[in-house]
Design a protein around this ligand. Structure first.
Ligand code: ZN
Ligand code: ZN
Length: 287
C-alpha cells in the first residue's frame, strides 16, 4: 500500500507538466486530423464544431491523466499478489527476445485481451453503463476516441495489462522492456485517434492486418438493418474474424450512436452509470 501511495504521489506531482504536454498534443492532433478530415471526409456535411466537442476536450484530458493511476494500482497489486509466481526463467527468456518480436507479441496478446475487455463492455449490462458514453455520439471524428467514462477507460487499460504482466511482456523494473511497451502504447494510442476520424481511407490488403476507420465506424454504427456488437479489436481485425464478430462491407454506416439515452451534461454523463437506467447492452450474433 505504501508503494502505491508513493507511486500515486509521484503521478500527482507530474499532473501540471502532463497537462501542458497533453495540451500541446491536442493542438498537434487537431492539425493532423483536422487536415485529414478535410481532405477526404466520410461525411462532408458534418459541422464544426460538432455537438459535444467541448465536453470531449474535457474527456481528452481525463483520458490522458487518470488511467495512469489505475495502471499503477494494478501493477503494484499484480506484483504483490502474483509477481512471485512468474518464473524468473520466463521473464529472462522474454526479455532476451528481439525487440521486434516482443512488440509483435505485445500487440497480439494485448489486443486479444483488449478484444474481450471491449466485448464484455458491450455484453455485460453493468459494464455497458460505463461504455455507453463512448458510443453516445451521433457524429464521429478523431476526438471521439477520448470520450469515455474514467472507469470504462481504467478497465480497458488494466485488464489487457494483466496478461502482459503474466507473460513477462511488461516488466516495469526493466527499462528495455518498457521501451517495447512504450512503442506498443504509442501505436495503439495514435491508431485509436485515426480509426475514429471522419476520414474515408481504405487500405486494401492491409485491412487484413490492421483495422481502419471503416472497421471501427461499423463498431459505432446505429443502423436498424445491421447487427450490432461488431469489430471489437483495436488493431488486429482477424481477432474479430476468429471470434465471429467481423463486419466490414464496402459501404460505410449512415448512422452512429446508441439506442440508450444519456444526459447532455458532462457531470450527468459521469454519474449516469450509478443511477438506475432502463436499457440493454448491445448483443452479438453471427454475421
Ligand atoms: Zn465499443
Ligand atoms: Zn470507438
Amino acid at each position: 500500500m505504501q508503494q502505491l501511495l508513493h507511486e500515486w504521489a509521484g503521478l500527482l506531482s507530474t499532473l501540471p507538466r502532463k497537462s501542458l504536454g497533453l495540451a500541446a498534443w491536442l493542438v498537434a492532433l487537431a492539425l493532423v486530423f483536422g487536415l485529414l478530415e478535410r481532405w477526404r471526409p466520410v461525411r462532408p456535411a458534418q459541422r464544426f464544431p460538432r455537438r459535444d466537442l467541448a465536453a470531449d476536450v474535457i474527456y481528452y484530458f481525463l483520458s490522458g491523466l487518470l488511467p495512469a493511476f489505475a495502471v499503477a494500482a494494478a501493477t503494484v497489486a499484480f506484483a504483490w499478489l502474483l509477481g512471485g509466481l512468474i518464473p524468473a526463467s520466463l521473464l529472462n527468456w522474454v526479455a532476451g527476445l528481439p525487440l521486434w518480436l516482443r512488440i509483435v507479441l505485445l500487440i497480439v496478446v494485448g489486443d486479444t485481451a483488449y478484444y474481450w475487455t471491449h466485448r464484455w463492455s458491450h455484453e455485460l449490462p453493468l459494464l455497458w453503463k460505463f461504455h455507453l458514453i463512448h458510443h453516445s455520439p451521433t457524429e464521429l471524428d478523431w476526438l471521439v476516441n477520448t470520450r469515455a467514462h474514467p472507469i470504462d477507460l481504467a478497465l480497458a487499460r488494466v485488464l489487457p495489462l494483466l496478461p502482459l504482466l503474466a507473460f513477462g511482456l511488461r516488466q516495469p523494473a526493466s527499462r528495455d522492456m518498457e521501451t517495447a511497451a512504450a512503442v506498443y502504447v504509442a501505436l495503439t494510442t495514435v491508431w485509436a485517434f485515426f480509426v475514429h476520424a471522419n476520414v474515408r481511407v481504405r487500405l486494401g490488403w492491409l485491412e487484413q492486418l490492421i483495422i481502419t476507420p471503416a472497421f471501427h465506424h461499423w463498431h459505432h454504427h446505429n443502423e436498424r438493418s445491421a447487427a450490432l456488437g461488431r469489430n471489437y479489436a483495436s488493431l488486429l481485425p482477424w481477432l474479430d474474424r476468429l471470434f465471429g464478430t467481423y463486419h466490414l462491407p464496402k459501404e460505410l454506416p449512415s448512422a452512429y450512436g446508441a439506442a440508450d439515452a444519456l444526459p447532455s451534461t458532462l457531470g450527468g454523463q459521469l454519474l449516469s452509470p450509478f443511477r438506475p437506467r432502463r436499457g440493454s447492452p448491445v448483443t452479438t450474433g453471427p454475421d
